[in-house]
Design a protein around this ligand. Sequence first.
Ligand code: ARG
Ligand code: ZN
Length: 498
Amino acid sequence: MLTAVVTVGVALGASTGAVAAPDRPGEARHVVGSDGAGDAYFPYSGNGGYDVEHYDLDLTYTPPSPAPAPLAGTLEATATLTLTATQDLEAFHLDLRGLEASAVSVDGRPAAAVAPPAEGESVEGAAFWQVSDDVQRRWELVVQPRPKLKAGTTVDVVVEYGGTTGRPTDVEGSLYGWVTTRDGAMVASEPDGAMTWFPSSDHPTDKATFTFGITVPEGTVAVANGLPAGEPTTVDGWTTWSWDAPDPMATYLATASVGNFEVRPVTTSSSGVPIHDYVDRDLTASALSITNASLARQPEMIDVFESLFGPYPFVAYGSIVDDDTLGYALETQTRPVYSRQASEGTVAHELAHQWFGNHVSPARWQDIWLNEGWATYATWLWNEHRGIRTAQQAYDTWYAAGRAPTYWALPIGDPGPLNLFAGQVYDRGAATLHALRLEVGDEAFFAGARLWVERFGGSAATTQDFQALYEEVSGLDLDAFFDTWLYAPAKPPATWSS
Ligand code: ARG
Ligand code: ZN
């Protein structure tokens, strides 16, 4: 029977099996796509049974009313996902947290969709380790397309959704996702916060292209990834900002930040990358001068990193510098988000992530050291270029520093979901790369870096892929090296430091 009823906000029993209907006799068996991408750290991130090719996000956002009103915005949105089934599907999952879907269709036909009940347990502000397994499962929207989907079929899935926006937190308790600010929103979703603002397959193994139409009150600016798609248009006091991000992108790297931004004139790198910057008009004078000095270095940073790592991988670059709400920066693709100010070291770090993390993404969240180690090491290289200190000096200083045993106890190759952004992942990660450079020699090290970006760019890879590639370029067996540096809960011996 064709189910044309949208059943949202009604629990249909504990398991997703509740939406499964028997196949007709003789019809091949259709399955319910899995509720996760198989990531040991974030079991409900991403989904199985399909690949998303494109997200078109049409968002209308009302920022909070001026204080002392509660810091809550309103989001009303339509997401159109172009996806291809990789299995014969009876039903499939989307990730969606804290917002409600009101209608779902597949290729224009209304589809039943089962979502968590809105009442009862509140998940606002809760991290997944604080909520029950049952609630985590309910950050899922289960869509039942009719007719069922044959493997290989590409369809448009349209989800109308919305709700009140607040300040969600991640596994460690940091703000992330669609973070409501006094004048808009800072949108930074690593690792699994994209689901707080759009229905998605929220895992870096499922990259897609994106387009955005973001409608906000006139006078407010909305900035997303990629390039502006034409001039903003204003109707009845509402301005729509359109963006086109044609490079495959992991969901956590999408942004749609909204605020009282100054739209800076476009600059370009010597290789021709257009740089579009957006800076909060309310930064303090000192934050503004630090920010201006750092942003002015972006073209030179692109030159330096292109010479080390190969061509800049995307159509555009630039920065979004917003208020102090978030408290950290994120390398959102083509357009990092900064909180309070953008310091030079952080700007170099977020730029390096475009190659390491964004173009080549972690296939599992346990591979996070490949993101943070490379971005930190690139900053060491930038400081060397600037004549501040050499990478060798940075390594020696790191190695010589006195540290608590707990520092050395964290295996950065498998830090656990609560330690994705621990300091060790960054600086032991960078030191690991410098030690690798000493081990294989400069030529193999930099050839390996460029080959890594070239071979896995546009996709995702693991630490095992990384080791295999460096064994290939160096001809060495690197088992003992990576065991010592990534997995041994101890300070690596000094052998690699000279
Ligand atoms: N990847 C970001 C950076 O190092 C840090 C993100 C921290 N995220 C978080 N949810 N705490 O540039
Ligand atoms: Zn980083």
